[in-house]
Design a protein around this ligand. Structure first.
Ligand SMILES: [Zn+2]
Length: 112
């Protein structure tokens, strides 16, 4: 069963990875533009913009790392199994987030 669902999620992970990569490209272009723009009215506005861009970039980078980890688990034939308790993560959970490392119960332990 597990091997039947794998290709669907792998495809979703790959296309999501491409989107994230594109977004990261846009973000870095925008950061360069902000940095090279000398017409900023004030320092605060400039810093706020840079901080925001950095925060969003970090967020996308961590998503990219999650996706890469998930794709590595596909390669190692461990995809779909919880990295903590090794039980199947469950299709419903994978449907919501194909990059999940943990089953719902281990995930809630992580969050607390
Ligand atoms: Zn678990």
């Amino acid at each position: 069963m597990q091997s039947n669902i794998e290709p669907t999620y792998t495809a979703r992970l790959r296309s999501r990875r491409m989107e994230v990569e594109k977004t990261l490209g846009h973000l870095s272009t925008e950061r360069h533009q902000v940095e090279s723009n000398t017409e900023w009215l004030n320092e605060t506005a400039y810093k706020r913009r840079i901080t925001l861009l950095d925060r969003v970039t970090a967020w996308y980078r961590s998503e990219m790392a999650q996706i890469d980890k998930a794709l590595n688990r596909v390669k190692d034939k461990r995809y779909g199994f919880c990295v903590a308790c090794h039980k199947p993560i469950g299709m419903e959970h994978l449907e919501l987030s194909p990059e999940s490392e943990y089953c719902p119960s281990c995930q809630s332990l992580q969050e607390h």
